[in-house]
Design a binder for this molecule. Structure first.
Ligand code: 5GP
Length: 350
């Protein structure tokens, strides 16, 4: 047994120190980034935010809206091939530029991802997603995917430590997804005791990835727009959002009415509800690692996205970053013991 004594941080432990800036307005900030990826050598431009591949976040309806903002959607893996065909026929080629196709690591997942990619040359990304990216089977699947799809941007995860980020990049990942346990509907830390504070995971993994020409996604744990700024400030190339984009019209979830108010169910992809829905039952040897929550229905995701992008632009002006790309080098984190003044938090909001 060993204990690491240095402090690991999450978003709530820090704020970003403001810096002198020549920017006069938030409108001068450019949030779009251009990447050329290590293995696939493909170039992609857009705002590096991704809707998570959860079944009430990463939906076909979501991508139709988010693509207009040049934001990516990781489409969940439960749509059938027929649904994919219908979807691809119903949208512009430009929309496909903002899609990540998610997959697990079974043989049938592999056949399905091949079939989906064969539907259009405009599909650029796959996201190989497992809860625990530390397994040898996962690394073998990634190598097989890289050999089979040399010209596809491959994202793989989740992991939280530099040495595993390096292994995944060397095995063929262009982008590594970082985060174990920070998610809004995740109970992994409680059920297993495993995890890593998200901001430190991002800082350490970004350093490892960038050293090899790879990229990272910070996945999970953002609860307010400022957390995206902290993720990018810590070195994340992309930020993936679940809960912040859940509970909207575009979630394809069912709306419930209770005492005249509208709600939508949101759940982790390892929750009882998700396992029963897609696997039929919970296997005897495993436990649920996800929560089920009832969210107040939030209408269209457009207002939420505008709020997030406005926050991010404002963060950039506070530190003088004209481009989102500059945010990391202009970020100094200060450790804090409080984030906001909570005096009126329990008051009725107008
Ligand atoms: P959020 O943005 O809601 O904080 O986090 C979203 C992320 O939580 C997802 O992208 C995914 O990585 C993770 N996640 C989704 N469902 C589950 C689950 O049931 N269990 C765990 N451990 N993580 C989950």
């Amino acid at each position: 047994m060993r204990i690491e004594e240095d402090i690991k941080l999450s978003f709530k432990d820090v704020l970003i120190r403001p810096k002198r800036s020549i920017l006069r307005s938030r409108s001068q900030v450019e949030l779009s980034r251009k990447f050329i990826f290590k293995h696939s050598c493909i170039s992609w431009s857009g705002i590096p935010i991704i809707a998570s591949n959860m079944d009430t976040v990463g939906t076909f309806t979501m991508v139709k809206v988010l693509s207009k903002f040049e934001i990516l959607t990781a489409i969940h893996k439960y749509y059938t091939i027929d649904q994919w065909i219908n979807f691809i026929q119903s949208v512009s080629v430009q929309t496909l530029n903002y899609i990540m196709v998610s997959t697990g690591t079974s043989d049938s997942d592999f056949s399905k991802i091949k079939a989906i990619l064969s539907l259009s040359d405009e599909l650029k990304y796959i996201c190989i997603d497992v809860a625990n990216g530390y397994s040898e089977h996962f690394v073998s699947f990634l190598k097989k995917a890289r050999d089979t799809f040399p010209n596809i941007i491959i994202c793989a995860g989740n992991v939280v430590t530099g040495e595993m980020v390096e292994e995944l990049i060397l095995a063929g990942a262009d982008i590594v997804k970082v985060g174990i346990g920070p998610g809004s509907v995740c109970t992994t830390r409680k059920k297993t005791g495993i995890g890593y504070p998200q901001l430190s995971a991002v800082i350490e993994c970004a350093d490892a990835a960038h050293g090899l020409g790879g990229r990272i996604i910070s996945d999970g744990g953002c609860i307010v727009p400022g957390d995206l700024a902290k993720s990018f400030g810590g070195g994340a190339d992309f930020v993936m959002l679940g809960g912040m984009l859940a509970g909207h019209e575009e979630s394809e979830g069912s709306v419930l009415e209770k005492n005249g108010k509208k709600f939508m169910i949101f759940y982790g992809m390892s929750s009882d509800i998700a396992m029963k829905k897609y696997i039929g039952s919970i296997a005897k040897y495993r436990t649920s690692e996800g929560k089920i929550v009832l969210l107040p229905f939030r209408g269209s995701v457009v207002d939420t996205i505008k709020d997030i992008l406005g926050g991010l632009r404002s963060s950039c002006t506070y530190v003088g970053a004209e481009y989102l790309k500059e945010l990391t080098k202009r970020t100094t984190f200060i450790r804090v013991s409080e984030q906001e003044n909570c005096i009126f938090n329990h008051q009725e909001m107008i």
